[in-house]
Design a protein around this ligand. Structure first.
Ligand code: NAD
Length: 498
């Protein structure tokens, strides 16, 4: 139970002198244990255990949060919206297999658990929903809005997307029909020409401008005010854009980027303009597509404004499998020598990617071999990967993996996780223990979101972690640290030493 009336509900308290609860905050004095490695005169490593003491502070009050999607009328935008409505209203609908209830499968936050500890009496493992480790927003409570270059209301757009079952669509249709995306910015050079016929909801001007930035900022402020929100998070789930050239003097620094926008430079993409508008509003911005939205100038601007950014590219089906399988092969001591991939995309995302310039973004973020045919597989993306590895004494292991998934049904829970985790990060602060300085935020670039992203953006100069298990461990263990819990350890000595 929760001993603090009035505070956000939680299903456990931590009983430790290092953790204090008030109505407003959870504070933890945390010992971060790492190993510092030196090399001695003989070239041997000397490993020295190291401890750094941090104070973490978590704001307990769960705010009212808005999620604004760029590309709201697309497959992901309509699917995540319908999915949240279905969960909020606890909908049950008929399918040919029987009744289907709304759920949040595929969301780490809503669908997975973490170990809290072992039962004091029985020594059995006690697990809690991931969602309960900190006072997180519930996705059912998100207020949803956003922009699209297509004027279709969300009910029509949901039909166009061809993702959801007719029976479910019928149940959310009325509510979805009332949702209409705000007009967006459309710079035709950045997405495929074949998208032009849907671009009937666009602001004037086909190049970046200060007016565009100001309009988007106003959209965010209005959404916040009209819905009485404490916080907003903006996410790009619009089409993949072509890469923007990074040009010295144009987008290499924050000041140059702002100047380039003012001057309407043609290398500033719509997604970068959205990022800049969000950063200037101090609103977190997440990029779910593969292009380089976060040019160096955008990252510098985020750092300057202490705004959170995260990206790039939702890691849904095939890539998630790949980073899990590679993790396994490498950790098993098997020598992976090649991966060949084939992708079969069928939805509008595939249509956009059938244009060479946009496909380059995907190519760069995935380094894949992809077929650009446009067959009738709709949202059921096909991917075939062949892993070729060298095993003992020159033998070989070939793993052929055929992955079919309804793409938007995998991406939607990722959108939810990205929003919930990002919002949580805005309520966590830290300082070095004993220091009399003020609490600080994490670095602007939220690499803690890596588990959900294909090409994780990390603070400049820091390493990218691609292994799936490590990405999840970073996320869980940072959240645990905030309530003074040790990192998840799988030693289970309690079951080995007795
Ligand atoms: P989609 O084509 O169905 O939807 C994109 C929407 O964005 C469309 O409605 C389009 O009109 C709109 N749009 C384009 N430019 C815009 C702009 N400047 N402003 C506002 N709206 C704009 O695509 P989708 O399947 O929903 O995927 C969205 C993005 O997510 C794509 O870039 C895709 O590559 C990326 N992604 C998807 C997955 C997945 O599993 N679904 C995985 C990784 C990445």
């Amino acid at each position: 139970g929760d001993g603090n009336a009035g505070a956000a509900p939680s299903t456990f308290v931590v009983n430790s002198p290092n953790v204090t609860y008030t109505d407003a905050e959870i504070k933890s004095n945390y010992t971060y244990r790492t190993t510092s490695v030196d090399t001695d005169a003989n070239g041997n490593f000397v490993a020295t255990p190291k401890e750094v003491l941090y104070d973490f502070k978590v704001e307990r009050k769960v705010p009212k949060v808005g999620m604004m999607l760029v590309g709201w009328g697309g497959n992901n935008g309509t699917t995540v919206t319908a999915g949240i409505l279905a969960n909020r209203r606890k909908l049950v609908w008929d399918t040919k297999e029987g009744h289907q209830e709304a759920n949040y499968y595929g969301s780490v936050v809503m669908g997975s658990t973490m170990k809290l500890g072992t039962d004091a009496k029985t020594n059995k493992e006690i697990n809690i929903p991931f969602h309960n480790v900190l006072p997180m927003v519930h996705p059912n409570d998100l207020v949803i809005g956003g922009w699209d270059i297509s004027s279709m209301n969300l009910a029509q757009a949901m039909d166009r997307a061809q993702v959801l079952e007719p029976a479910l669509k019928a149940l959310v249709k009325k509510e979805m029909a009332e949702m209409v995306p705000l007009p967006s910015i459309y710079y035709p050079d950045f997405i495929a020409a074949n998208q032009e016929d849907r671009a009937d909801n666009v602001l004037e001007g086909t190049q970046a401008s200060t007016a565009h930035v100001e309009k988007l900022r106003k959209d965010i402020r209005d959404f916040k005010a009209n819905n009485d929100l404490d916080k907003v998070i903006v996410m790009w789930t619009a089409n993949t854009e072509r890469y923007a050239d990074v040009i010295p003097g144009v987008n290499d620094t924050a000041d140059n980027l702002l100047k380039a926008i003012e001057q309407g430079h043609e290398e500033v993409s719509p997604s970068t303009v959205f990022a800049v508008a969000s950063i200037l509003e101090n609103i977190p911005f997440i990029n779910g597509s593969p292009q380089n939205t976060f040019v160096p100038g955008a990252i510098e601007l985020a750092e300057r404004h202490n705004a959170y950014i995260g990206g790039d590219d939702f890691k849904s089906g095939q890539t998630k499998m790949k980073s899990a399988l590679v993790d396994f092969l490498i950790n098993a001591g098997i020598k992976l020598t090649s991966i060949a991939s084939y992708n079969h995309l069928g939805n509008n995302d595939g249509k956009n990617l059938s244009s060479q310039k946009q496909f380059r973004s995907k190519e760069i973020s995935k380094s894949n071999v992809v077929d650009d045919m446009m067959p009738a597989v709709a949202d059921n993306k096909r991917a075939l990967d062949e892993y070729y590895a060298e095993i003992f004494l020159g033998g070989h292991q070939t793993i052929s993996l055929f992955n079919i998934c309804e793409d938007s049904l995998l991406a939607s829970p990722l959108i939810i996780d990205l929003v919930v985790i990002t919002e949580m990060m805005t309520r966590i602060q830290w300082k070095a223990s004993g220091a009399d300085n003020d609490y600080k935020r994490f670095h602007s670039v939220l690499s803690v979101l890596s588990y959900m992203l294909k090409a994780p953006l990390t603070p400049p100069g820091t390493p990218v972690v691609n292994a799936l298990a490590k990405q999840r461990a970073a996320l869980t263990n940072i959240f645990r640290a905030c309530v003074g819990l040790e990192p998840e350890s799988d030693m289970t000595l309690e079951h080995k030493l007795f």
